[in-house]
Design a protein around this ligand. Structure first.
Ligand code: ARG
Length: 481
């Protein structure tokens, strides 16, 4: 194995050690960031006179070549310990001696943080774009299902009638918080770690503002010991992934229940269902079940990153190398789940007849009937009691609340008049909830309109974040100016 630290260790390390400590199979994914970071760093070294103009030119050309060679599969990654050694060694093959200068005042400890943060900034933008597609799918469905009614459940027991759009938009709000978390995560890894070196800082008078500009970071880190040993930017991001997965899992669980024959509230297009190898009649919602299942993997990743950090001594420890397995897994599972969910949503049809039927049974107008008595001057607690008794009557007589004759209602309270029947209609139950967060159709219409505005604002925000990411080409272009 081609190592960049062989001076101090005499002879060769045992092969099993090489295999055990090597991370190239995981961190090769960071090649773009490692190469871009190295390009910017070399420009920084040139700026303080460590690398001359010709050397800089050769190194930048070499780095472009290495990137190409990796992408064409011309480099055998297996012979290197990690992505940092790969880039340095390959550069040496291409440009010779000058390559031996690129690690001046830099350590793999600050370098890996740089690679991770650069990678995360891009990954967050990608994930945000996927979240935007998901939000558009949610709003589109809410718009399409306007007018549909269904039961809202608490304790998975029928509670009160609600608009289908209102139910769907509840996920729009959850996902919006997910988006805001991701934007915060982007800002939290927008700090330049270079200059920290191994743990006490670099001694070569580097112009960190220049590096910050080249790599498009917004802020300089202010403590080298913190930089090389902290991964909270990653833990925060994995928490965000985890919350998105939990929300997707709960949405999936709702839809799996709604899709059951017992509920029959939704129908999923066959192109998004699977069959059974033994039961010919089956049409299963496997995608939703897998998303629910994958949420447990990402929850596991959150525990992994937290326990990785717990009780580590200050600054860099090799344990931190394991962070990438955790991070890449959370990223891959979350991204594919968001993507899949936004694809399945347009393939879901709400079965209005079944939902409406369900929304009109189960005494869900009971709260409205109590509210009616309140509007006639009764206290809510007494009204609640009275309606509870009427429901008992209904159960004994197999009647619905709306079919109890007025003279019987009057026995329970003299405040009942014939307008009570109008006030407990499903539509009245829904339209009486005229608060900003309520299910009244006028409110839900307004929320749907606002959602479109929120989406276009997020689109702008994501575009501006995308402008704060960088790549090798851009760095070389700035250097050329
Ligand atoms: N592969 C290492 C990681 O991912 C890079 C830093 C190695 N530093 C060291 N001192 N061995 O964390």
């Amino acid at each position: 194995m081609n190592k960049i630290w062989k001076g101090r260790i005499s002879g060769n390390t045992n092969e099993s050690v090489d295999e055990f400590t090597c991370s190239i199979d995981i961190d090769a994914k960071l090649y773009n960031q490692d190469i871009a970071g190295t390009a910017a760093y070399t420009i920084g070294l040139h700026n303080v006179g460590i690398i001359n103009g010709q050397e800089l030119k050769n190194i930048l050309t070499g780095l472009v070549k290495i990137k190409k060679n990796i992408e064409n599969g011309k480099i055998k990654t297996g012979k290197y310990e990690d992505i940092h050694s790969l880039v340095e060694n390959e550069l040496y093959h291409l440009v010779g001696e000058p390559a031996l200068k690129i690690h001046t005042g830099r350590s793999r400890n600050d370098q890996i943080v740089l690679d991770e943060r650069l990678f995360m900034k891009n990954a967050i933008v990608d994930m945000l774009e996927k979240m935007l597609n998901l939000q558009k799918a949610v709003v589109k469905l809410a718009q399409k299902e306007k007018g549909g009614v269904m039961p809202a459940y608490t304790h998975l027991q029928k509670a009160q009638p609600v608009l289908v759009s209102h139910y769907l938009l509840s996920y729009f709000d959850k996902f919006n918080r997910g988006i805001r978390r991701l934007i915060r995560n982007f800002n939290d890894c927008d700090y330049l770690p270079l200059g920290a070196a191994a743990c006490t800082g670099s001694g070569y008078g580097l112009n960190l503002d220049l590096l910050k500009k080249l790599l498009k970071f917004s802020v300089l880190d202010s403590n080298s010991m913190d930089v090389v040993g902290s991964r909270d930017y990653m833990a925060d991001f994995i928490y965000s992934c985890c919350m998105i997965m939990l929300d997707l899992s709960r949405f999936s669980e709702d839809l799996i229940i709604f899709n059951s024959q017992e509920f029959g509230f939704i129908d999923i297009d066959e192109s998004y269902c699977t069959g059974s190898s033994i039961m010919p009649q089956k049409k299963n919602p496997d995608i939703l079940e897998l998303i629910r299942g994958k949420s447990s993997l990402v929850a596991g990743n959150l525990i992994q990153i937290i326990t990785l950090l717990k009780a580590l001594p200050s600054t860099y420890n090799r344990d931190l190398q394991e962070d990438k397995k955790i991070f890449f897994n959370a990223l891959a599972e979350t991204t594919s789940s968001i993507d899949m969910f936004s694809r399945i949503l347009p393939n879901i049809r709400f079965v209005n007849t079944n939902m409406e039927k369900a929304a009109k049974s189960g005494y869900m107008e009971a709260t409205e009937m109590a509210d009616y008595l309140v509007s006639k001057g009764a206290s809510f607690r007494n009204s609640h009691n009275i309606v509870g008794k009427i429901i008992k009557y209904c159960m004994e007589n197999q009647a619905g609340l709306n079919s109890v004759p007025l003279d019987i209602l009057k026995k329970y309270s003299p405040l009942f008049e014939k307008d009570v029947y109008e006030s407990i209609k499903t539509e009245s139950c829904i339209d009486s909830k005229k608060v900003g967060c309520g299910t009244a159709s006028s409110e839900v219409e307004a929320r749907i309109r606002e959602a479109a505005g929120k989406i276009s604002q997020i689109e702008k925000d994501v575009k501006s974040l995308a402008g704060r990411t960088t790549d090798l080409k851009e760095i070389i272009a700035i250097a050329g100016k």
